[in-house]
Design a protein around this ligand. Structure first.
Ligand code: FPP
Length: 246
């Protein structure tokens, strides 16, 4: 893995600083080839590599990817176990490369339900890349936007109950400090692949003013070139955040 800017890509002027991606379509991609769903997830992991590598050259400072949702536990035991094993192998394999190429890795989601070995690797990757100042890569595992808000509210309620926070001080600035994403800026652009036009519980609070792009391409076919085209289209949009045109 090189994480070097791809030579042909240029930073997109007025491009998004934080891009979040719902990587959908691995199963259909595999099915179209007569292969098991996990085959698609492995191909999807290779695309993660390519997109991470493309970010610095395209001016993207934050990349947040949806790897496993709180709802994905409903899939077959084989698929869930295969995905967990893929995450372990991915982190183990990429950890040194992240450091070498200055990628800071974070994980969001509820870790308590994850197996101990995976959690230990997540902690290790975060600790090892703590001083990296290049791309901020955030991987959402066992993440759900509603679950995140519920967990945040619980922590906030404890602070109120124990006198660290006054109820009248709870406002739009306070609540996000309790979210898993407290150190990240809000996403500017959310991309979903595979032709589905829904957000599936991803970054519900954080994406209130994000732009959305729903792309027909299945995730394992989503290349750095398509990514850079999507970013160019974003550059042409006018974001008004509720105000009127100047
Ligand atoms: C959705 O496609 C995809 C997932 C639930 C898993 C996403 C995981 C990866 C891209 C693998 C690697 C990730 C990392 C961080 C190593 P789907 O299976 O729901 O596709 P379908 O809608 O076609 O069935």
């Amino acid at each position: 893995m090189t994480y070097a800017p791809a030579a042909k890509e240029q930073p997109v002027s007025d491009g998004p600083r934080h891009v979040a991606i719902i990587m959908d379509g691995n199963g259909r991609w595999a099915q179209a080839r007569g292969r098991p769903r996990l085959f698609g997830h492995h191909a999807g992991a290779r695309r993660v590599r390519e997109i991470v590598e493309a970010c610095p050259g395209l001016g993207v400072d934050y990349l947040t990817i949806f790897a496993f949702s709180t709802e994905n536990w409903k899939r077959t035991q084989t698929e869930v176990a295969g995905l967990m094993s893929l995450f372990r192998r991915y982190i183990m394999k990429e950890m040194q490369e992240f450091v070498r190429y200055n990628v800071r890795v974070r994980f969001i989601g509820d870790r308590l339900r994850l197996e101990v070995k995976l959690r230990a690797l997540m902690d290790e990757a975060e600790a090892m890349t703590r001083d990296c100042s290049g791309l901020n890569l955030t991987i959402a595992i066992n993440y759900g936007g509603r679950d995140e808000v519920a967990r945040a509210t619980k922590r906030l309620a404890v602070d109120v109950a124990e006198g660290r926070l006054k109820p009248e001080d709870v406002d739009l600035e306070t609540l996000p400090r309790y979210l898993d994403t407290c150190v990240l800026p809000d996403p500017d652009l959310v991309i979903r692949t595979s032709g589905e036009a829904r957000i599936s519980n991803f970054l519900l609070w954080q994406s209130a003013y994000a732009e959305y792009e729903f792309i027909d391409t299945l995730w394992p076919d989503f290349s750095a070139r398509i990514f850079s085209e999507v970013l160019m289209q974003y550059g042409a949009r006018e974001r008004r955040f509720g105000t009127v045109r100047a």
